[in-house]
Design a protein around this ligand. Structure first.
Ligand code: NAD
Ligand code: TYD
Length: 355
């Protein structure tokens, strides 16, 4: 079996659902259920005996240690994190506690477990750390995309905390020999994406007749990857990645934010036209920029393609259509996640941004 942390969040839940659909192995899913963790994402697994959900923090090393001894997983995949840049600007401490201190506690528990393993089981054990391209900082317009040897230059409390966790993971390999793998992926989108991030926020706000808030000039570039492609890349790295190595994962799909929002509006204009016959573009507004906003991220994903034969299956066009359809078909899920806590975040983030 495998142990997944943060498996009730956006990427983690997609990973767990796909893993159980594609393999015979059991998943122990350790998630403390912050605002971003949602058991609804895993509802289809309610009667699945191969899914063991444990509501606990990665900071609790004694619980993690007990789980490792009880279940003897062959791998630990660490998705657990605070993941929203804007929240890291408002409340950086949570990011240090989870992403830095939490990863440290998790590594300590895993190191003790691995040290006691024997023979082939020990040799085959892997700790896979899921990280982000944001650790590399912001790229100039014409600069080459991030390779695995690009220098770290994180600019937000989120990316700095992820960078710190990457360094800890690296050090546990070099110092203790822990068999680690690290992946640095670009921006994901797809089903179960919490609607405070750009793509789901725009879909949900458009349908609710609310403003579509573009930070600054909307020309910031992100490299978008459909979440199921990220999951397949992680499976491939786990299966065949070289121990101690880093693999960048991306969709070869750089787009300015404003283009993303225009695409979403066009798809909705086609599939769910507004009752007044106007385009959803009418709802776009410009709001104050994010402090320290990174201008451009872009991933060079040639290493994972060359060494492990992985390539994304979706283009942006196919992936974004699937995503918009998913939100159209899962409005109950959207309504359920728009709790009081969600509304107070939206109020906090957008009330300070003048139009
Ligand atoms: P998310 O915020 O949707 O989910 C994070 C999950 O971790 C939630 O279920 C939350 O409850 C859980 N969690 C938080 N603190 C925890 C703790 N102390 N102990 C146990 N569980 C805890 O995030 P996501 O978008 O699914 O991202 C997953 C991972 O992938 C993160 O490490 C993130 O840095 C990385 N990543 C995300 C993206 C992206 O575009 N979303 C891109 C690259 C990398
Ligand atoms: P986000 O989804 O928060 O991901 P990240 O900051 O990790 O890249 O934001 C993606 C881009 O969209 C980023 O450049 C900020 C921008 N953005 C907006 O313009 N308006 C919004 O309301 C949000 C949430 C993001």
């Amino acid at each position: 079996m495998i142990l997944v942390t943060g498996g009730a969040g956006f990427i983690g839940s997609n990973f767990v659902l796909e893993w159980l659909a594609q393999s015979e192995e059991t998943v122990i899913n350790l998630d403390v259920l912050t605002y971003a963790g949602n058991r609804e994402n895993l509802r289809s697994l309610d009667n699945n005996r191969r899914h063991i959900f444990v509501q606990e923090s990665i900071n609790n090393s004694s619980v993690v240690a007990d789980l490792l001894i009880q279940y003897c997983p062959r791998a630990v995949i660490n998705f657990a994190a605070e993941s929203h840049v804007d929240r890291s600007i408002h409340s950086p401490e949570d990011f240090i506690q989870t992403n830095v201190v939490g990863t440290f506690h998790l590594l300590e528990a895993v190191r003790a477990y691995w040290a006691d393993l024997q023979g082939q089981v020990k040799q085959e054990f892997r700790f896979l750390h899921v990280s982000t391209d944001e650790v590399y900082g912001s790229l100039q317009k014409d600069a080459s995309a991030f390779t695995e040897t690009h220098r770290y230059a994180p600019n937000s409390p989120y990316s700095a905390s992820k960078a710190a966790s990457d360094h800890l993971v690296r050090s546990y390999h070099h110092t203790y020999g822990l068999p680690v793998l690290t992946t640095n992926c670009s921006n994901n989108y797809g089903p179960y994406h919490f609607p405070e991030k750009l793509i789901p926020l725009m879909i949900v706000n458009a349908l609710a007749g609310k403003p579509l808030p573009i930070y600054g000039d909307g020309q910031q570039i992100r490299d978008w990857l459909y979440v199921k492609d990220h999951c397949s890349a992680i499976r491939r790295v786990l299966e065949a990645g070289r121990v101690g190595e880093v693999y960048n994962i991306g969709g070869w799909n750089e787009k300015p934010n404003i283009d993303i929002v225009h695409t979403i509006c066009s798809i909705l204009d086609e599939s769910r036209p507004r009752s007044d016959g106007q385009s959803y573009r009418e709802q776009i507004i410009t709001v104050a920029d994010r402090p320290g906003h990174d201008r451009r991220y872009a991933i060079d994903a040639s290493k994972i393609e060359r060494e492990l034969g992985w390539k994304p299956a979706e283009t942006f066009d196919t992936g974004i259509r699937k995503t918009v359809n998913w939100y159209l078909e899962n409005q109950k899920w959207v309504a359920n996640v728009q709790s009081g806590a969600y509304r107070s975040w939206v109020e906090k983030n957008y009330s300070e941004r003048s139009t």
